[in-house]
Design a binder for this molecule. Structure first.
Ligand code: HAM
Length: 421
C-alpha cells in the first residue's frame, strides 16, 4: 500500500522551505518595527474555546473543525481565540494594558481543498488587545499594506463596519425583513442561513443571490453615532497615509466575533482564493473568553500559502539559492584535503557541498550543478602538490578558470563575488 499525505495537507520540501523561512524572517522584522512581540500558543485547545469565540453557527464551527469528540479538543482553526485565551490565562493585560502580539503557525480547517486553500494552512497572525483607538485599526491596515508593498504583491483593500452590539440588532432586523421578502429567490443555503445567521446571506457567492441582495440595506446606514464616528476616523486615517481602499457593505467575514471595522486584502492573481489577509475588530471577545469587561481588540491574519504562491509567480524569488562552493577532490589525498577545507569554510559562514563517493571529475561537476553551486573548486593530485585548486564559476561558463590557493584568506577574498545571503 502506498502511503500518502492526507488530502489538503502538504509537505513543504527542501527548496521551497527556504522561501518560507525568508517570508517568516521578513515578517518578523516588520512586526518588530511595529513593536509587536511574538507569542506561541498550542495547536490543540478545548473545543469550547473556538465554538464560543468563532460562533456555533459559523461554517468553521459547524463543518470545518478537526475535533476529537471523545476528548472535546480541537485543532485550532485560527489563532485569535488561542492568543486571547493565553493572554487572559497568563494575566498579560494586567502586566501591560495594551498587548501587541503576533504568532506564526499552522491552522486546520476541513474545507474543500483547491489552489491556495488547504486543510492545514499557515497564518501570520497579528493581534492588538486593549485599545479602542481607530488609529490602531489604521495602523494594522498600514502594516499589511506595507508588507505587501515591500514584497511587490499587488493587493486591494476593502473595508466595512459591522457596527456594535448596540446598533447591529436593528440592522439585523432590517436585513431579515429584506431577506424574508426575497426568500424564494435565494439559494437553499441562504434560505437556511437567513434563520440562523442572516448576515452570512450577504456573503453568498451564488450569482443569482448576489443579484437579489444587491439592494439589501447597508450596515453602514445603521451604525450608531459611536460606530459611525469610529468608522469615519478609520477612513480619514487611511486617506492620510495614502492607503487606497474601497467600501464593501457586503463584507461580513466568516467568524462571529467581529464588530466595527472589518477588512480584507484581496488579490486578482490567485483565482477563487482572493483573500491574502483579513481581520477586524472584536471588542467583546476578550470578555467573552473570560477576560476583563469591555476589553477591546483587533487583529488580522495573512495566509502564508497564498503569499508563497504569489511570490513564486515572480522571477526574483528563485527557490534554490544553492551553495557557495562545491569542493571536488580527485583522489584520496585531495578528498581528505577538501573535506578539511569544507570544515574551515563552514566555520567562516560559507555554504559548501562535496562528494563523498570518489566520483569522476565529470560526475562531480554534474553534482555541483545539481547543488546549484556558485563556484566549483577542483583539487587533483597536481593541484594538491602545489597547494592550490582550480576555481571554476558555475554561473558564468565563459569566465576563465583560475588558480586559488587552498587557504582561508584566498576564499575570504571571494566573498564579494558570491550572492548575498
Ligand atoms: P480568516 O479570514 O478566516 O480570518 O483567515 C485569514 C486568512 O487566512 C485568509 O484571508 C486567507 O489568506 C488565509 N486562509 C484562511 N483559510 C485558509 C485555507 N483553508 N487555506 C489557505 N489559507 C487560508 C481568521 O482566521 C481570523 N482569525 C483573522 C483575525 C485575526 N481576525 C482578527 N485577528
Amino acid at each position: 500500500m502506498k502511503l500518502k499525505a492526507l488530502k489538503g495537507f502538504k509537505d513543504i520540501l527542501p527548496g521551497e522551505v527556504e522561501l518560507w523561512q525568508e517570508l517568516e524572517e521578513f515578517a518578523r522584522v516588520l512586526f518588530a518595527q511595529y513593536n509587536f512581540a511574538e507569542i506561541r500558543v498550542p495547536l490543540l485547545e478545548e473545543t469550547a474555546l473556538f465554538s464560543r469565540a468563532i460562533g456555533d453557527l459559523t461554517d468553521i464551527v459547524e463543518k470545518e473543525m478537526y475535533t476529537f469528540t471523545d476528548k472535546k479538543q480541537t485543532l485550532r482553526p485560527e489563532g485569535t481565540a488561542s492568543v486571547i485565551r493565553a493572554v487572559v490565562e497568563n494575566g498579560l493585560l494586567v502586566k501591560k494594558p495594551v498587548q501587541r502580539l503576533f504568532t506564526i503557525g499552522p491552522m486546520f480547517r476541513h474545507e474543500r481543498p483547491q489552489k491556495g486553500r488547504l486543510r492545514q494552512f499557515h497564518q501570520l497572525d497579528v493581534e492588538v488587545l486593549g485599545s479602542e483607538s481607530a488609529l490602531v485599526d489604521v495602523e494594522l491596515m498600514s502594516l499589511a499594506a506595507l508588507f505587501f508593498k515591500e514584497l511587490g504583491i499587488n493587493v486591494s483593500l476593502e473595508i466595512n463596519s459591522l457596527g456594535c452590539k448596540k446598533c447591529r440588532p436593528s440592522y439585523r432586523d432590517a436585513l431579515l425583513t429584506f431577506i424574508t421578502e426575497h426568500k424564494e429567490k435565494l439559494c437553499g443555503d441562504c434560505q437556511r442561513r437567513s434563520e440562523t445567521n442572516p448576515l452570512r446571506v450577504l456573503d453568498c457567492k451564488v450569482p443569482s443571490c448576489r443579484e437579489h441582495i444587491a439592494d439589501a440595506p447597508s450596515v453602514q446606514d445603521w451604525l450608531c453615532d459611536e460606530c459611525s464616528s469610529h468608522f469615519s476616523l478609520v477612513q480619514k486615517g487611511l486617506q492620510e497615509l495614502n492607503i487606497d481602499f474601497s467600501l464593501n457593505k457586503f463584507m461580513v467575514r466568516g467568524l462571529d466575533y467581529y464588530c466595527r471595522t472589518t477588512f480584507e486584502f484581496l488579490t486578482k492573481d490567485l483565482g477563487a482564493q482572493a483573500a491574502v489577509a483579513a481581520g477586524g475588530r472584536y471588542d467583546g471577545l476578550v470578555e467573552l473568553l473570560g477576560g476583563a469587561k469591555d476589553t477591546p481588540g483587533i487583529g488580522f491574519a495573512m495566509g502564508m500559502e497564498r503569499i508563497i504562491l504569489l511570490l513564486l509567480q515572480k522571477d526574483e524569488f528563485a527557490l534554490d539559492k544553492g551553495v557557495d562552493f562545491f569542493l571536488a577532490g580527485l583522489g584520496k589525498a585531495a578528498e581528505e584535503k577538501v573535506f578539511t577545507l569544507a570544515w574551515q569554510l563552514r566555520q567562516e559562514g560559507f555554504s559548501v557541498a562535496l562528494d563523498y563517493e570518489g566520483r569522476s571529475l565529470k560526475a562531480q561537476m554534474k553534482l555541483a550543478d545539481r547543488e546549484n553551486a556558485h563556484f566549483a573548486v577542483i583539487v587533483g593530485e597536481e593541484e594538491l602538490a602545489g597547494g592550490y585548486g582550480v576555481l571554476r564559476s558555475m554561473k558564468d561558463r565563459d569566465a576563465e578558470q583560475r588558480k586559488i590557493p587552498l587557504t582561508l584568506d584566498a576564499f575570504l577574498e571571494l566573498t564579494e563575488e558570491l550572492p548575498e545571503e
